[in-house]
Design a protein around this ligand. Sequence first.
Ligand SMILES: NC(=O)c1ccc[n+]([C@@H]2O[C@H](COP(=O)([O-])OP(=O)(O)OC[C@H]3O[C@@H](n4cnc5c(N)ncnc54)[C@H](O)[C@@H]3O)[C@@H](O)[C@H]2O)c1
Length: 323
Amino acid sequence: MNSLIGDPLKVGVIGAGRWGKKHIDEYSKMKDVELLWVSDLSEENLKSCQEQYKVKNVTNDYNEVLSSDVEAVSICTSNETHFDVCKEVILAGKNVLVEKPLTLQSKKAYELVDIAKQSNRILAVGHIFRYNNAINKVKKLIESKFFGDLFYLRLQWTIQWMPQIYPDKKLDIIVDMMPHLYDIMNYLTGLWPEKITCFGKDFVKKDLEDTAFIICEFSNNIMAHSEISWTLPEKVREVDLIGSKACAKIQAVSQKVTLFEGSNEGRKLDIKENNTLHDELRYFVDAVKNNSIVSNDGEIGAKTVELVEATRKSLEQRKTIVL
Ligand SMILES: NC(=O)c1ccc[n+]([C@@H]2O[C@H](COP(=O)([O-])OP(=O)(O)OC[C@H]3O[C@@H](n4cnc5c(N)ncnc54)[C@H](O)[C@@H]3O)[C@@H](O)[C@H]2O)c1
């Protein structure tokens, strides 16, 4: 099944919408990858993939990808399809990177983790912030105890709702954004929340939360506060980290880090900005080629789905959920 050393890795992409096209773009630029198949339900998307990225084979039936000799598959379909598509892809013997959220139900996410283990295949999840140079720089500083004891994290993930992109999607902001934020919390602290309290509102569209405030409590007295919203005009992707000796502000999109020691005005770090999706896919391709493990694995993906469920439960039951 594994390519011979020196052979390009044969890759397929299922789901060629907004985000899937970015996977296709990255794979098509990798010299040691042969992007063999792309599947999407829309003929228009398939046509543009052939024209723009010179994809060899396109199909609206992803079974053709399953029966082909691709060894690795990116799944970028809509969230509700992730479980079925991913299960079939692994059972067809392929290694897989599924976009976040891994599934919509944690029980199903853990089922995928088991299936991947039994099949001895890689199950990676699109937790892209693990590949962000600014976040990685701060992670290293945390590990070196630069910040002293961690007190709390403040995360802000806000942007104006884009109805032209999501006209009729039944997608609330908690399901859409929190997988990333829980992953970042875990990546930086090495911990998962033990208690979650969520308040949220459906300001724009009835019964679809577009704004939420989520408080997480961890062991070691650490806390995290997340503000997520589709009502703020500016695109903000920020993590503030507050410790006993120093603090940091990470601007995740522009990959800027400012450090604060004492009450000074802050010192900007020189971070070399990276293409996070490229690095995530590069790492996946290398893991498939070398049969090595990935850090953004299925268990991480499944845990974030479990925490998303707890967050929604807290919102619906108006109480703190103890995990
Ligand atoms: N990691 C990130 O930062 C990030 C960013 C954006 C989106 N995403 C994730 O990527 C996924 C796709 O998001 P999007 O914005 O591209 O959505 P989209 O609606 O633009 O694209 C989804 C595509 O999947 C296709 N599709 C659905 N069912 C299919 C099937 N059975 N076979 C083949 N194709 C099928 C649709 O035709 C559509 O083109 C979502 O899970 C989303 O959460 C992740």
